[in-house]
Design a protein around this ligand. Structure first.
Ligand SMILES: NC(=O)c1ccc[n+]([C@@H]2O[C@H](COP(=O)([O-])OP(=O)(O)OC[C@H]3O[C@@H](n4cnc5c(N)ncnc54)[C@H](OP(=O)(O)O)[C@@H]3O)[C@@H](O)[C@H]2O)c1
Length: 218
């Protein structure tokens, strides 16, 4: 049983993660910022924890995180513009990293992005900024002494989960359901020996537990 603190806890990946963690007898705690989100998070089996990444200090966030076995950072600006991307996906990640270190919680899972996502589409300034900020967030986390794992999913969908993925340090770009991303995060939580790993993730043919076990054995 693991106590997992989820930042961006009301997000679409995060809600699926809370539900799956609770079903697996783990204890998810979900950071949210809109009062109306609390009841749904509780109904998924999470303990709702109120807080906003743009106003919390690292010390205040650390006090919320303290006692957790792992932090999952799945917050994001969700297309709200470059300033918000910089504030949440960028500075928000840095704040969360600092808070985890203050709280003494070493295990840190980051939901990042495929670096070559949507390369075949016309580039927009906002998307290029998003990819750059996500990469810098990865680099920030990698340079810490935390037990980090970075998951880089392909383009996310709300399709039902298949229970199968392709997951490795480098794979071709593709799509993946949020349900399967959440299931992969659960499996990573359950394999604390898997750390200092960057995992690209798409839909695939390998059962999720098996895919994560293979990575953990390396
Ligand atoms: N979309 C894709 O295809 C794709 C592909 C690869 C990776 N990703 C990444 O995957 C992650 C999860 O995606 P998702 O679809 O679950 O995203 P999502 O539904 O937009 O969830 C992001 C969460 O971050 C929260 N957040 C935003 N600002 C915040 C703040 N100031 N303080 C605290 N929380 C804040 C949001 O809160 P509210 O609910 O209050 O708005 C939201 O719940 C994101 O980091 C995204 O960049 C996305």
């Amino acid at each position: 049983m693991a106590k997992v603190f989820i930042i961006g806890g009301a997000g679409k990946v995060a809600r699926r993660l809370s539900r799956q963690l609770a079903q697996g007898s783990h204890e998810p705690r979900a950071l949210y910022r809109k009062p109306e989100q609390a009841d749904e998070l509780a109904s998924l089996g999470a303990t709702p924890v109120a807080g906003d990444l743009t106003t919390l200090t690292a010390e205040a966030l650390a006090a919320l995180i303290k006692g957790s076995d792992a932090v999952v950072f799945s917050a994001g600006a969700g297309g709200a513009g470059m300033e918000v991307t910089n504030a949440i996906d960028g500075r928000g990640l840095e704040l969360a990293v600092e808070a985890a270190r203050i709280a003494g919680v070493a295990r840190f899972l980051l939901v990042s992005v495929f670096p070559d996502a949507l390369r075949d589409e016309k580039p927009s300034e906002a998307f290029e900024n998003y990819i750059r900020v996500k990469k810098l967030a990865d680099a920030h986390l990698v340079a810490t002494d935390l037990d980090w794992v970075i998951v880089r999913p392909g383009t996310l969908s709300d399709e039902p989960g298949t229970g199968k993925v392709r997951a490795d340090v480098a794979i071709p770009y593709g799509t993946v359901s949020r349900e399967d991303v959440a299931a992969t995060l659960v499996a990573i939580v359950e394999h604390p020996e898997l750390n200092h790993a960057i995992i690209e993730l798409t839909a695939g043919a390998t059962p999720i537990k098996e895919a994560v076990e293979q990575l953990a054995r390396r």
